[in-house]
Ligand binder design. Sequence first.
Ligand code: GDP
Length: 296
Amino acid sequence: MVLADLGGSITRALKQMSNATIIDEKVLNECLNEITRALLQSDVQFKLVRDMQTNIKKIVNLDDLAAGHNKRRIIQQAVFNELCNILDPGKPAFTPKKGKASVVMFVGLQGSGKTTTCTKYAFYHQKKGWKPALVCADTFRAGAFDQLKQNATKAKIPFYGSYMESDPVKIAVEGVERFKKENCDLIIVDTSGRHKQEAALFEEMRQVSEATKPDLVIFVMDSSIGQAAFDQAQAFKQSVAVGAVIITKMDGHAKGGGALSAVAATKSPVIFIGTGEHMDEFEVFDVKPFVSRLLG
Ligand code: GDP
């Protein structure tokens, strides 16, 4: 279910409820079940939805609803707040400071949009006057370095990588050292992604992380991953200190639910979303406008 559909379904459920003559527990439950169904179809994890339903029932006072007015508003507000709560892990992500060298490592499955997102992230900061640089520590996928090189060249961002070296840790360390010397203030390390959450991928990630000591690890997740989002995000979090999430491919058939699951699993906020293949199709993520849009 795409974002707009989710908003529509929730609005319909609320409308049906406020059309009812008497609001009793049965009507409220029906409305919440409808909302639950809509959220599940949008790939929000089952447990999150269940907890949310329980919380809303605790917050919403049936007597207030029975009193007549603003039934829709009361529930809509409760749903809004709950979704915001899920998306807000309670602590902000580490924010790099302009002029002070920070190392940011990107992790995620192959095809999630990691390499594209590294460049978008660099480009976004470059436009704001930063001096970013890209390091390709993906020696697993043939063509990874070429892709990063191509993107970086297009955006005029310095890059580092090797066609010969097969040790990602060595490349990552060399790249970070070089760009620190060159006074870059945002050193972005792109790591290898695999099709599946293989042990080898996680071990490699751990080693690159240990060697480069990133200030921030960003987990990149494809929004079309569906109900697998929670487990995938959690697996990454268990291996490296994920501190922020970027959700890609929010254009097209984007589902909103994965974002909620990724935050819940990593206890880290979403900081940006990818909204297209181009370098500038990248937006700062803001919880409230996102949820407003989600609810239509
Ligand atoms: P990686 O294997 O994780 O490094 O993934 P890539 O960066 O190579 O991206 C995989 C594919 O997804 C490429 O065709 C990208 O152009 C595409 N892609 C990445 N981000 C987005 C996005 O936000 N929207 C859309 N529509 N496509 C994206």
